[in-house]
Design a protein around this ligand. Structure first.
Ligand SMILES: O=C(O)CCC(=O)C(=O)O
Length: 291
């Protein structure tokens, strides 16, 4: 679903927006099927949680960094309507996809409660500008239904925090709990927020629940002090080759892959990149060379 203009405006005005029904049914189904090739199904996990001690090591131990082990989930960070929303929020097509994480949480594995924080501390080495110049766009796509008991993200609307200097990135646990909005919605919902928005992860409030989500973040190409991951550091995984080969030219560009017409391309790089990615259709890059 194309993110309506009013939702893009709400990200700036309120700090976040929620859009149910964002991912189309077929893509959602294939992502959900892929999910359980990566993680235990909730019924398997809860039948014997002790079989899966890895999820109890930290709040973050259910995270896989892109590329995830299966294309069914890898297609979510590069979902065309997500790219479109990022281009419109960032006001340019010159954008980077600078972080994507797949995150599974299981009730009882650990306490997932957090204090409110602004995400910018590990998304830039400085701070966001109050006037939103080159604001970063951070997102959640829910792959499971999230209700009040499913550890929903809690977000504090900007109207309550505008007077807190951006340099303050954390609050005491419990502060502003009365101001927070619980981000709930059916699987396939999108939540977008900015990195200056106070929010927190919350704990499950019922046994037998699990939450699955993909978190994808975008920035303009202008500021090198923003970012989180270096994609070449993840490019030795076998699934990286598959993901790059299956993506369109537009999708690859989000990861910094040289576009057609770049001075990177010549006869040698065309040949050798094809050797690295035997399944990739090099035609657009070859044609770019000829142009
Ligand atoms: O998982 C969530 O709902 C939010 C987590 C979060 O804000 C964080 O870990 O920085």
């Amino acid at each position: 679903m194309r993110v309506p203009d009013k939702n893009i405006a709400e990200i700036f005005d309120r700090g976040f927006t929620v859009l149910p029904g964002f991912i189309d049914k077929d893509t959602l189904k294939s992502a959900q099927e892929a999910l359980f090739r990566v993680y235990p199904r909730p019924e398997d996990y809860f039948a014997d949680p002790e079989k899966y001690p890895q999820f109890g090591k930290s709040q973050f131990s259910g995270i896989h960094v892109f590329p995830f082990p299966d294309w069914g989930v890898n297609q979510i960070p590069v979902y065309p309507d997500l790219i479109d929303a990022a281009e419109r929020f960032l006001g340019t097509k010159e954008i980077d996809l600078y972080k994507a994480e797949l995150w599974a949480k299981y009730s009882g594995a650990i306490n997932y409660d957090q204090f409110h924080h602004r995400d910018y501390r590990n998304h830039t080495i400085v701070v966001p500008r109050e006037d939103n110049l080159n604001a970063q766009m951070t997102t959640f796509v829910l792959l499971s239904d999230v209700g009040p008991h499913d550890g929903p993200t809690k977000v504090v609307p900007l109207e309550h925090t505008r007077d807190i200097p951006i340099g303050k990135a954390r609050t005491k646990f419990g502060d502003m709990f009365d101001k927070e909005v619980s981000i709930e919605g059916p699987a396939g919902s999108l939540m977008v927020y900015k990195t200056d928005v106070f929010h927190r992860g919350s704990n499950f409030t019922a046994p037998g629940h699990a939450r699955f989500a993909i978190l994808t973040d975008f920035k303009t190409r202008q500021w090198r002090w923003q970012g989180k991951l270096a994609w070449p550091d993840h490019a030795e995984k076998k699934v990286w080759d598959e993901a790059m080969s299956k993506m369109s030219v537009r999708q690859r560009d989000l990861f910094g892959f040289p576009p057609p017409g770049s001075n990177y391309w010549n006869a040698q790089t065309l040949r050798d990149v094809q050797m690295r990615y035997p399944e990739m259709d090099m035609t657009p890059y070859r044609e770019g060379l000829a142009a």
